[in-house]
Design a protein around this ligand. Structure first.
Ligand SMILES: Nc1nc2c(ncn2[C@@H]2O[C@H](COP(=O)(O)OP(=O)(O)OP(=O)(O)O)[C@@H](O)[C@H]2O)c(=O)[nH]1
Ligand SMILES: O=C(O)[C@H](O)COP(=O)(O)O
Length: 233
């Protein structure tokens, strides 16, 4: 058995990603944003958790190449059928490969924090267990399952509650861990406003990476893409 949890990162084709930003960002901006978020996620785990294997689940050959370049293994899915099927596919693979647990993290967290992930990985304990990290919108922004396929995946609206209920129905040890950085993923125009407010609030203390992320949402001319997008014939 491999004692360290497998880090599972599901990534759908960048051109299909961030559809909830479709009325705000142009397709090119959305794709570039999704790619940058994915690169940062893979780079974060490669740099801070090199002793944990990483597995990217994707149907995109382009993302598979990117994942391998950034040190991750790749589990190809025939098509993007949704986050829960992708998570289940990973859990089945992880179980068969001998991993005792898996930590699924979406590739759109704005600020991954090493101390938070260390705390998450230390939670859970022995035996079948689930640790849920809720997103600010009630989703699940990290899910630690031991064994990997300990429970059915219920990603979607209010999935943090759905996962807790599924764990309780199965009599699994279940902890809900609120982590302030991990709660914030970039899905909606309101999340873009939150990112902008975060940058304004931090001012000179703003990490360069956050500024780069924000710059990806604006045109070279400093206009916001929604202006450019709406005025594009
Ligand atoms: N492999 C795989 N990953 C997925 C799939 N659907 C979503 N994801 C990934 O799961 C994470 C959370 O995605 P969502 O926020 O639900 O989807 P999104 O594409 O980022 O945004 P929307 O298109 O607005 O739903 C991201 O890393 C996505 O790339 C899928 O069908 N297959
Ligand atoms: O809980 C979920 O379904 C995933 O984290 C995705 O949620 P999101 O679409 O709100 O990011």
């Amino acid at each position: 058995m491999t004692p360290k949890p497998l880090i599972v990162i599901p990534v759908k084709d960048f051109r299909q990603a961030k559809s909830r930003l479709g009325n705000t960002l142009s397709p090119d901006h959305r794709s570039a944003l999704a790619r940058r978020l994915c690169e940062r996620t893979l780079g974060f785990f490669a740099n801070h958790f090199p002793d944990h294997d990483r597995l990217v689940v994707t149907a995109s050959p382009k993302i598979a190449r990117l994942a391998k370049k950034l040190g991750a293994m790749v589990l190809e899915e025939p098509q993007a059928d949704g986050l829960s099927p992708a998570a289940q596919r990973a859990a089945d693979w992880a179980r068969q490969a001998g991993y005792s647990a898996q930590l699924l993290v979406p590739a759109d967290i704005v600020e991954l924090d090493e101390a938070e992930i260390c705390r998450l990985l230390k939670t859970g304990g022995e035996g079948p267990a689930v640790v849920i990290c809720p997103a600010s919108d009630g989703g699940t922004n990290a899910l630690l399952t031991s064994p990997p396929d300990a429970l059915p995946f219920r990603f979607g609206p209010q999935s943090a509650v759905a996962h807790r209920q599924a764990a309780q129905r199965l009599g699994l040890s279940c902890q809900v861990l609120e982590l302030s950085r991990l709660r914030f993923d970039l899905d909606t125009p309101a999340d873009l406003s939150t990112l902008d407010a975060l940058i304004q609030q931090r001012g000179a203390e703003t990490p360069q990476e956050l500024k780069k992320l924000w710059n990806l949402c604006t045109t070279p001319h400093g206009m916001t893409p929604w202006t450019a997008w709406l005025t594009t014939p």
